[in-house]
Design a protein. Structure first.
Length: 225
């Protein structure tokens, strides 16, 4: 291009995106593409391009609603359902609806008696492998989730998220009937019972009723044990 010459819009479009390095052909199989970073051989060039993003950190697909980015177009399409109110997949047993077919498939195991994942340390069995993995932490005392603000660790991801609110001051649970907010969902649910017209927990041995289960248990121990 001549010095001082301004490229036309058409020329700019032709030169963008910049040319990428051509994938190397695997030395062991000429029909495969070879990743020179991790040594993996991949069959399709499109899959190879997606694989390269693992190493480069490139996330070219962006959600227009929340700006979250993704490595694969398929992941973006799946993510968009988060912003949709549609739940097209319905359970034929209980009527519960789901956004994703995969979520409906997982839910279907709730209605099945099949529990193919046994714990080798106790008699319990589980319908999902993920539930077995979580259960095993009870035996191993493994705590894989670390607080980002202190040195405490937790068995469950939900537990560390709730704990971190102690540091951040976040109180995401807002009572709809009064201005109170809560850090933990369990405390929030207990508080909601104070607004109920009728107490939720009744003593089976007398007519007394309570808003909190802990108060019912104290009552039973004090008067009926």
């Amino acid at each position: 291009m001549d010095a001082g010459h301004t490229p036309t819009k058409a020329q700019e479009m032709i030169s963008w995106p910049p040319k990428q390095k051509q994938p190397e052909v695997s030395s062991s199989d000429p029909d495969l593409y070879h990743c020179d970073v991790c040594g993996k051989d991949i069959k399709y060039q499109s899959s190879f391009r997606e694989h390269q993003r693992i190493h480069t950190g490139e996330r070219p697909y962006q959600c227009k609603q929340c700006c979250k980015t993704f490595t694969r177009c398929a992941d973006l399409i799946k993510h968009r359902l988060v912003h949709s109110v549609r739940r097209p997949h319905r359970c034929k047993v209980c009527g519960k609806r789901f956004k994703l077919q995969s979520d409906l498939d997982k839910h279907g195991k709730v209605h099945s008696d099949d529990a193919p994942f046994p714990c080798h340390l106790c008699p319990k069995r589980f319908k999902r492998s993920s539930c077995l993995v979580k259960h095993l932490r009870i035996h191993t005392q493994e705590k894989p989730f670390a607080c980002t603000h202190c040195d405490r660790r937790f068995k469950w991801e939900a537990s560390v998220k709730e704990h971190e609110r102690v540091h951040t001051g976040e109180r995401p649970h807002q009572c709809s009937q009064c201005p109170k907010t809560f850090t933990h969902r369990s405390t929030f649910l207990q508080h909601q019972r104070t607004h109920q017209k009728y107490p939720a927990f009744s003593c089976k041995l007398c007519s007394k009723a309570f808003n909190h289960k802990s108060n019912l248990l104290k009552h039973v121990r004090a008067l009926h044990s």
